[in-house]
Ligand binder design. Structure first.
Ligand SMILES: [Ca+2]
Ligand SMILES: [Ca+2]
Length: 476
């Protein structure tokens, strides 16, 4: 009995087994998976972050027929498989699964899919096995008998679930990507919706998401607006703030309904650019949004350039056309990540060939137009370069001895106790890299000389960031 208790306790404390998978294709399965011959253990804590590694590739996850997870009467509380559309469990939930009905093929709207499996203390089953691979939107249609999904660039139109108004097929993944001109925002009206209903829309679902960002580093990033199933004929209107929208319809291998009809049109966006675009590449060129003459809203686009910690940012404005009045239109560069930092420059009119450099590893560039029109635009190039004021070695002032203190000589010993302590109280903040430490310090001697090395101790009186400091100066 004691032995059993001890064993349970150890298992209870088992941590999460988290994996990040960047392979283009592969297989995941529950612990001990053996094609039905073994069950997963109690207290399993497994997660997989599957990354397609490319903004063009979505993650497709397809389950084999070996699927059994303890089923309970309260929505998979005991043991469960959860699939999230993103990088972690804060991302939108696509489904929660237990029992013996295997999940539908699942696709990420962006470049990442997060899969979590957990089991409780009793009643284990054979678990699951699923194959994953990175696929493009063109490859996403997994049912060769059904044509579905397409790129749409028209400002207005209608599209339907396959076979509408007849029942849609089983085993579908259909993706529509609607892209219109910058400055416009896509509006959707769900004229008809009848999709097999399930908790969390885990079986059949319609997902509507906007494309937020496409970078080599982070892949395709999306934001869910809706994850729908069930019946709704109220002509729900969804006003996105984006000119780039993804709509994904998936169905599992049983039970169909008559699907959906979506009308799409465009309005003008509140702003023709995202409120904040983050840029962390080594260098790049940005051309701000060009709007058409009908666009009549204020334009305010912010670009945050994040350099490596030992770099600063150089910004080269080589194309600017705006009103000559900087109060109406301007391009502003700030020495930090917000507009509360020092304003390095504000330019307007027709200017070329201006170079600005930050003193920090972040720069904020803001492009503001009170009255945009199609002639106004800005172009700038950013580039990271080493911070000339920053190195691994922290410089401190050479200690000076007060005239009342006799000059010390250091015996040839590794440890020296000065007969008379030397003190040098000084502010050292101007000699310390601001990024790492913000403090006022009191440099306290004694200094110990060992070979060419001098050491000093710093007592931090008032620091704003936690951490320790050790100061070393060579070759004094
Ligand atoms: Ca269980
Ligand atoms: Ca279904």
């Amino acid at each position: 009995m004691n032995l059993f208790l001890l064993f349970s306790l150890v298992n209870c404390e088992r941590g999460w087994n988290h994996r990040i998978i960047t392979d283009n294709a592969g297989t995941i399965s529950t612990p001990n998976f053996d094609y039905g011959r073994h069950n997963y253990p109690a207290y399993s804590r497994e997660s997989w972050l599957i990354k397609s590694g490319s903004p063009r590739h979505h993650v497709l996850l397809q389950f084999t027929s070996y699927f059994a997870i303890e089923e309970d009467s309260s929505n998979c509380i005991s043991d469960s498989l959860k699939i999230y559309d993103g990088t972690n469990s804060s991302s939108p939930l696509l489904g929660v699964y237990c029992g013996v009905q295997r999940p539908p093929s699942t696709i990420s709207s962006g470049s990442n899919l997060f899969v979590v499996f957990s089991s409780d203390s009793s009643a284990e089953e054979i678990g699951f096995q699923a194959h994953f691979k990175g696929i493009t939107m063109e490859q996403s249609n997994i049912n060769p008998m059904v044509k579905c999904g397409e790129y749409i660039t028209a400002d207005e139109g209608v599209f339907y679930s396959p076979g509408y108004p007849n029942f849609y097929d089983v085993n579908l993944i259909c993706m529509w990507r609607l892209t219109v001109n910058v400055g416009k925002a896509i509006q959707l009206t769900l004229r008809y919706l009848d999709i097999e209903n399930s908790k969390y829309c885990s079986r059949d679902s319609l997902t509507i998401a906007t494309v937020q960002n496409e970078t080599v580093e982070n892949g395709l990033e999306t934001k869910h607006l809706r994850h729908l199933c069930g019946k709704d004929n109220n002509h729900v209107q969804i006003d996105t703030d984006s000119n780039d929208v993804l709509i994904i319809f998936t169905s599992d291998h049983v039970s169909s309904k008559s699907g959906f009809e979506i009308y799409h049109t465009t309005g003008y966006a509140q702003t023709a650019c995202p409120s904040l675009t983050k840029l962390n590449e080594t260098e790049g060129t940005i051309v701000t949004a060009v709007v058409d003459d009908e666009y009549d809203k204020m334009l305010h686009c912010s670009y945050l350039i994040e350099a490596d910690p030992f770099n600063v940012v150089e910004i080269y404005v080589d194309g600017l056309i705006s009103s000559p009045d900087c109060l109406q239109d301007n391009l502003s560069v700030f020495d930090g990540d917000t507009d509360h930092h020092r304003n390095i420059a504000t330019v307007c009119g027709s200017r070329t060939s201006k170079v600005f450099t930050t003193t920090q590893d972040k720069a904020l560039v803001v492009w503001h137009l009170d009255l945009p029109d199609s002639t106004k635009k800005a172009q700038f190039t950013f580039r990271q370069k080493p911070n000339p004021f920053k190195s691994d070695l922290v410089e401190i002032p050479k200690p000076t001895l007060s005239t009342t203190t006799p000059k010390q000589t250091f015996p040839d010993k590794s440890h020296v106790t000065c007969t008379e302590c030397m003190h040098n109280v000084t502010r050292v903040d101007s000699n310390i890299c601001h990024k790492n430490y913000i403090f006022e310090g009191q440099v306290k001697m004694p200094i110990r000389k060992s070979g060419d090395l001098w050491y000093t101790r710093v007592k931090v009186l008032d620091n704003f960031k936690t951490g320790e400091i050790s100061i070393e100066k060579r070759d004094i």
